[in-house]
Design a protein around this ligand. Structure first.
Ligand code: FAD
Length: 311
């Protein structure tokens, strides 16, 4: 794999910032056109990401269109057949028209591998930050940081910012501020291995609903259960933390609380409801969650990220 010094020496056609579904699919499609692509990711893959992990039919069809139909079965994705909503002890179950559940560790890693196989270079554990337009206006430069220190810079004709919620890579660029809804919820998630699958069987999305938010649970590949919630910030404060808030939502909705839930570590996100005022700039396109955000309940986020990466 490419090291940072080599990435800085080369000139790239496109630098893609962020290796979630939007960035990985964009890198894959561009690499297939024999362009020189650098995909930069700040985390170490495979990495956890707060997400419900459910791909809807639109996402699956999009993956099939770009020849990645087999990726989901080799990832062990679980077919989804039912959606169960539970509120104050009452529940309703509807049949789903399709869908698959797969952990983001496995799914995103496989997408990145497809991009690498197509010829994209992948540089992980490196944060990219866009700097001003270069003087000759024929390229743009990103600063690359490793372990919190600027370690070099790389240039490309085009930059794709696919760095997710809050687009941190555009922090220093004027005009790319985000409008965050003052009453926005935050995302909270955890993944854990469970022994007893009776309460949350494979193939069912279980949604625990509460006036202060909701928590979705789904079996992904292996024995793993994924939990993702969107919760009012005031309620999290009132419950003294995200773990207690999730457990309270499950309890009040009448959903099962498993022993493993008391031991797992919950991760949070920035406030989710926000929009980017400007999705394009000079030699710059903003993709996926970086360009704005969809309400997580809709389960459309990954489909959008994939189709924007394809475009
Ligand atoms: C609670 C919750 C539940 C959800 N449930 C679902 C669901 O069931 N189905 C669904 O389709 N969607 C769901 N979503 C939405 C989905 O997670 C996102 O829409 C999707 O991940 C967006 O993909 P992306 O590629 O745009 O960004 P991301 O997946 O966020 O990827 C961005 C990547 O950029 C990297 N990065 C960030 N900054 C930098 C930087 N400066 N330099 C380099 N790399 C950087 C990050 O580490 C990350 O890997 C949910 C979201 C939440 C919060």
């Amino acid at each position: 794999s490419l090291n940072l010094e080599a990435a800085c020496r080369q000139s790239w056609d496109v630098i893609v910032i962020g290796a979630g579904p939007a960035g990985a699919v964009a890198a894959l499609q561009l690499a297939r056109q024999n362009l020189r692509i650098l995909l930069v990711e700040r985390k170490t893959f495979p990495r956890y990401k707060v997400c419900g992990c459910c791909l809807n039919q639109r996402a699956i069809t999009a993956l099939q269109q770009i020849g990645l139909g087999d990726l989901l079965s080799s990832a062990g994705a679980v077919p989804l057949t039912q959606f169960r909503m539970q509120y104050q002890g009452r529940d309703a179950v509807v049949t789903l028209p399709g869908g698959l559940a797969v952990s983001r560790e496995v799914f995103d890693t496989q997408l990145v591998q497809s991009a690498i196989d197509a010829g994209a270079e992948f540089l992980q554990e490196t944060s990219a930050m866009l700097v001003g337009t270069s003087e000759n206006q024929t390229s743009r430069t990103v600063e690359l940081c490793c372990q919190g220190q600027t370690a070099g810079s790389a240039s490309a004709k085009i930059i794709l910012a696919a760095d997710g919620l809050g687009h941190p890579s555009l922090q220093n660029c004027a005009g790319f501020d985000m409008q965050v809804a003052p009453d926005s919820r935050i995302g909270v998630g955890a993944a854990f291995t469970v022994k007893d699958h009776a309460a949350y069987p494979a193939g069912m999305i279980h949604m625990a609903i509460h006036r202060s938010g909701y928590a979705g649970l789904v079996r992904v590949e292996g024995e793993n259960l994924n939990l993702a919630a969107a919760i009012d910030r005031d309620f999290i404060k009132q419950c003294a933390g995200p773990a207690n808030a999730v457990l309270q939502i499950l309890r009040e909705s009448g959903s099962a609380i498993l022993p493993e839930m008391h031991q797992c570590s919950f991760k949070g996100t920035l406030p989710v409801t926000r929009k980017t005022l400007r999705p394009v700039g000079d030699r710059l396109f903003v993709l996926g969650d970086a360009a704005g955000y969809l309400e997580p309940f809709t389960g459309e986020g990954m489909a959008n990220a994939i189709t924007e990466g394809m475009a």
